[in-house]
Ligand binder design. Structure first.
Ligand SMILES: NC(=O)c1ccc[n+]([C@@H]2O[C@H](COP(=O)([O-])OP(=O)(O)OC[C@H]3O[C@@H](n4cnc5c(N)ncnc54)[C@H](OP(=O)(O)O)[C@@H]3O)[C@@H](O)[C@H]2O)c1
Length: 388
């Protein structure tokens, strides 16, 4: 009997939905676990990873808030048997570990055991591995939301929210800035991969083209201030200009500090052109040092800003959405929570989806606000004509 999405009542006993967090003791995993048990009374969480001690520590801290709803389990994502065994009583798996190379193993286990998934990897290899299991997941009636989290999952729904109500031809910019002195080595390695492989494209005059040397200064919010930004193309944005009838669309990411921006970032793509991954660890170590050494932001955290300009009903209008948090992992965990909620509420068809195409904008902004994320929406729109 397939597991149900919502709680089952069997002979008066309420069944908990079991969610396994792979990487449950990590920075992201532990924040997600707390959000899951506090948001869903019908959810029980299994914290999973390779070492027992950190898992037990996080479970103990959470038990006060959710007695009997947090367990731990030893799992190594590199070992297919260990993954399949760990999923045997699980409804939904969330990845919060640097295991992009093992996503194929995880996707196979989800098909074999019949488990839904939310995957937080931004790495294109992870998306490709899920895509390879699309038909198999459909066949067993399971679904995965991949590319979930802050990057790249959050940007497309925020673009949709900012563009809402504009006439055709609006110009839209979305940008992200983050600064965490204690960014984990695994996350930094992934950020170096993004630097090494990103395309620099913006949408203008009906097509995506080379962004050229455009490094605008963008005004973020109270944490990040005004920052120099670099173009960052996201696959998820590709179809949005046509969907939303935009005149232009550009995505940017703020640099970290002068050392990282001018001495590390330009070198990484050159090295990756010679051989993917070349200089990866050294670049991550150097950025980690710069994050501790320099501090160009007002306070640590993360901000995403989207600005739209155009007309509404033929009259000039603007919109600005700022999403900010002092804790980048907390914001990422909340974005993952939005994906879990979509699956939990039965809104996602079997198969493989990207967060950016799946999570609707307004419920996402509502959820972020309700979870304490700083969400500021400003719209200057033409006034309605006063009724006679
Ligand atoms: N999309 C986004 O916006 C976004 C943002 C931040 C992070 N992330 C994702 O979240 C991941 C974790 O980030 P983090 O900062 O929380 O890292 P972290 O603090 O280093 O935690 C990683 C966790 O993964 C576990 N782990 C590592 N290898 C494993 C394996 N082979 N099998 C099972 N568990 C394993 C580790 O525990 P053990 O060593 O005990 O196994 C650890 O608990 C990142 O690598 C990234 O993929 C995504």
């Amino acid at each position: 009997m397939a597991r149900t999405l919502l709680c089952l009542q069997i002979k008066g006993v309420q069944c908990m939905k079991q969610i396994l967090i792979l990487g449950g003791a990590g920075e992201l995993g532990r924040r997600l676990a707390r959000r899951l048990v506090t948001r869903f009374a019908s959810v029980s969480v299994v914290l999973a990873g390779r070492r027992s001690e950190p898992l037990e520590g996080v479970a103990k801290a959470l038990c006060a808030e959710a007695p009997d709803r947090v367990r731990t389990r030893l799992v190594d994502a590199a070992d297919p048997k260990s993954v399949a065994r760990a999923l045997s009583d699980i409804d939904l798996l969330v990845t919060a570990a640097p295991i992009a190379a093992h996503v194929d193993t995880i996707a196979s286990a989800c098909v074999e055991v019949g488990v839904d998934a939310v995957d937080s990897h931004a790495d294109p290899r992870a998306w490709a591995a899920w895509r390879d299991h699309r038909l198999a997941l459909q066949r067993v009636g399971r679904r995965c939301i991949a590319q979930a989290g802050l990057h790249p999952g959050l940007s497309p729904p925020v673009v949709r929210a900012a563009a809402a109500g504009f006439d055709a031809g609006a110009r839209l910019v979305i940008a992200m800035a983050m600064y965490e002195r204690n960014t984990s080595t695994s996350s930094l390695l992934e950020i170096v991969d993004i630097m090494g492989t990103s395309e620099l494209k913006t949408y203008e005059n009906g097509r995506w083209g080379d962004a050229g040397w455009s490094f605008p200064q963008i005004e973020f919010g109270p944490r990040m201030g005004r920052r120099t930004c670099f173009p960052l193309f996201l696959d998820e944005l590709e179809g949005l200009p046509e969907d939303l009838r935009l005149g232009s669309l550009a995505a940017y990411i703020a640099g970290y500090n002068w050392f990282s921006d001018y001495l590390v970032s330009p070198v990484v793509p050159l090295l990756y052109r010679l051989r993917p991954g070349l200089g990866r660890a050294a670049a991550a170590r150097t950025i980690a040092w710069t994050l501790r050494r320099f501090r160009p932001v007002k306070r640590d955290g993360c901000e995403v800003v989207a600005e739209a300009e155009g007309t509404v009903d033929g009259r000039p209008a603007r919109a600005r959405i700022l999403i900010g948090a002092d804790d980048t992992w907390g914001l990422t965990a909340t974005a993952l929570l939005a994906c879990v909620e979509q699956i939990h509420e039965g809104r996602v068809a079997p198969g493989v989806h990207r967060m950016g195409d799946t999570v609707p904008p307004e419920p996402l902004l509502d959820l972020l606000s309700s979870e304490g994320v700083d969400v500021r929406v400003t719209r200057s729109r033409p006034q309605e004509k006063a009724s006679a």
